[in-house]
Each structure stands twice: as structure tokens, then as C-alpha cells.
Design a binder for this molecule. Structure first.
Ligand code: MN
Length: 340
């Protein structure tokens, strides 16, 4: 028996509704993986793990599954058929948020093609949010231009990309990033990354490569990299994306599941459902704790306004020292220039 995402073995089909607000397409596509293999097994591993995921979201206080989640398994052979399958789903479920579970990252440009509007005027009308350890900006890799290492390069034509979690670059990618404004790659989720993300057009496509996470969070990936994003950071990225943008579709790719690491599959399933819950919270307005983040100054904040004396004294002393140093330096410089 094939179960759907979040479905309970004891009660199959219980989250499928007439109006499925969520459609999850499983795409076990694996053609060009280069290191750890097995991303083709990810969709079913994630579905299996998802039966243990709690339906209620304790942080957002929502339950996206109440809107119905339909799991589909389109037959695909190549990337052109992926685009066709995605277009068909889009037409069949115009009211739904459609998510895709890969499979390898080369799926992403083929999926974006089905959702990106034709470019209008000079201003981009569509953006891409990219969570990954790799920028995937190579022209070609292992002789193929449709390699997963080229997914970012192949997505650039659809709109500006903001990447977070990027912590390894080929020299070719590094120099492309230096000269283009089309892709902005960030190692960390910080103020700059957030500003770039907010500057994207309103409509965005969201792609999550599981290796964007720290291996402490998700270890079973095709191309692991040290460093990376923690769970709460990715939650904050999702919060920012769904609070400020309109997500047209999303994908989650590159999990390489194995039987000894059930935590990775479970975390991946949890993440896919989190995306739906963030959508339910903001796009569908299910959120109960409205504005709990933007509430009036908390007692904690007020306490912070009281200057901590020892620290302050240290700071002034440091400032005084540095002022003295600058003065000494400028005097020195004046001496040298007048000596000329
Ligand atoms: Mn990657």
C-alpha cells in the first residue's frame, strides 16, 4: 500500500480533502548525482517518516493538514517531462500550494520553468529563494549542463536568486558571483541576507537543498558540507519568506536517506510540513498568535535599556584608547606628508 504524506497507516487517506490546499509531488529523479548516491529514495523515505510527524504545529499554532494534503506520484523520465508534469499539476490545482520532493537539485530549474511568469519589462517580477550549501553555478559538470551542480546557473534566467547557507564554491562560481547581481550568495542567515531576500520581487519560488542545513541537523545528504544552517535559522528564513512574499511553489531536494539515520528522514519530513504550516499561518491566515513577535516592548526589552555600568566603562575606556591611537596616527601622517 502506498501512503501519502502525513498519512496514518491505521487511517489512510484521512488528510485528503475535496479541496486539497496542498499538493505534494514525489519526484525520485536521480540522473547526475556525483558523490553519495540514493537521492532517488528520498521521496518515499520522507513520506514514510512523515507518518510520525505531529499534525499540529506548536510554534505557529496551526495545522495545515486540515486544508487537505494530496500526495501525487507523477511519472517522469527526463527534465522536460518534469516541467510538463509540474505545468499539469498547476493547471489541475490552481488553488493549491504545490510542493515537490526530490530527487536531485537539477529538478529545480525544470520546476521553476513551470511556475515562472514571462519576464515583464525591465524590472524582474519573480524571484528565487535558495537554501543550499552549494551555489550550483557551474556552466557544466561531469560533461553535462543539466547536472545538479548547474541548477543555480540554469535557474538564473527566470529571476534574481538569493542563496543562504552557501559554504563552498568552485573558482568559476566565485568569479561569477563577483560580477553578477543576479545571484546573491550568503554563507550565514544574517541582516544582509535578510535584506537581499526582502528585496526580491513579491512572487518567489522556494528551493531547499537539505545540505543547506548543518550536518548536525540533517546528515544524510548526497554532498555533505561542514558548517551550515541550524533548524531555528531555517525556521526564521521560512518565517521571513512567508510573512513578506508570495510563494508560488517549493521544492525540497537532495536527501540521500539510509536506514541507520532515521533522524535525517524525519527532520526532512518535518521541514516539508513546516513549509506548509508557514503557508497556512501567513498565506491562509490561520495563525492564532497574531503578531506575537511584533508585540509591545516586553519587560525584558525594557530591562535592557538600563545601561550596564561595568560594560559601559570598559567601552568608554576602549573608545578613549582608540581615539588616542587615531590621533597619534594622524599626527604621524601629517609629519610624513609635511616632510615631503
Ligand atoms: Mn547542495
Amino acid at each position: 500500500m502506498t501512503l501519502g504524506f502525513l498519512e496514518d497507516k491505521a487511517d489512510p487517506g484521512d488528510i485528503v480533502r475535496d479541496e486539497n490546499r496542498y499538493v505534494l509531488a514525489l519526484l525520485p529523479y536521480e540522473q547526475t548525482t556525483t558523490y553519495g548516491q540514493g537521492v532517488g529514495g528520498a521521496p518515499e523515505a520522507i513520506v514514510q517518516a512523515s507518518s510520525h510527524v505531529e499534525l499540529f504545529d506548536e510554534v505557529l499554532e496551526v495545522d495545515a493538514s486540515r486544508h487537505g494534503i494530496l500526495t501525487v506520484r507523477p511519472t517522469v523520465t527526463d527534465l522536460a517531462s518534469v516541467t510538463r508534469a509540474a505545468r499539469k499539476l498547476r493547471e489541475e490545482h490552481p488553488q493549491s500550494l504545490i510542493g515537490f520532493v526530490g530527487g536531485e537539485h537539477s529538478l529545480t530549474p525544470a520546476l521553476i520553468e513551470a511556475f515562472a511568469p514571462p519576464p515583464a519589462g525591465t524590472k524582474p517580477n519573480f524571484g528565487i529563494v535558495w537554501i543550499d550549501a552549494h551555489a550550483d553555478l557551474r556552466q557544466e559538470f561531469h560533461g553535462r549542463e543539466d547536472n545538479h551542480a548547474c541548477a543555480g546557473r540554469n535557474s538564473m534566467r527566470f529571476g534574481p536568486i538569493v542563496q543562504v547557507g552557501i559554504r563552498t564554491l568552485a573558482e568559476e562560481e566565485w568569479s561569477l558571483l563577483k560580477k553578477t547581481d543576479r545571484v546573491r550568495a550568503h554563507r550565514h542567515w544574517n541582516k544582509k541576507a535578510r535584506a537581499d531576500l526582502l528585496a526580491l520581487p513579491k512572487d518567489v519560488y522556494l528551493t531547499i537543498d537539505f545540505d543547506g542545513f548543518s550536518p548536525e541537523v540533517i546528515r544524510a545528504v548526497g554532498t555533505p558540507e561542514p558548517g551550515g544552517l541550524y533548524w531555528e535559522e531555517v525556521m526564521d528564513i521560512l518565517d521571513t519568506v512567508f510573512r513578506h512574499k508570495h510563494v508560488v511553489a517549493f521544492d525540497a531536494v537532495e536527501l540521500a536517506p539510509n536506514d541507520t539515520d532515521i533522524a535525517s528522514s524525519f527532520t526532512a519530513a518535518r521541514l516539508v510540513y513546516k513549509v506548509m504550516n508557514y503557508h497556512a499561518a501567513y498565506a491562509l491566515g490561520d495563525r492564532r498568535k497574531k503578531g506575537h513577535r511584533t508585540s509591545a516592548p516586553s519587560p525584558r526589552k525594557r530591562r535592557r535599556r538600563v545601561p550596564r555600568k561595568p560594560k559601559r566603562r570598559a567601552r568608554t575606556a576602549r573608545a578613549r584608547r582608540s581615539r588616542r591611537r587615531t590621533k597619534a596616527r594622524s599626527t604621524r601622517m601629517r609629519a610624513t606628508s609635511s616632510g615631503r
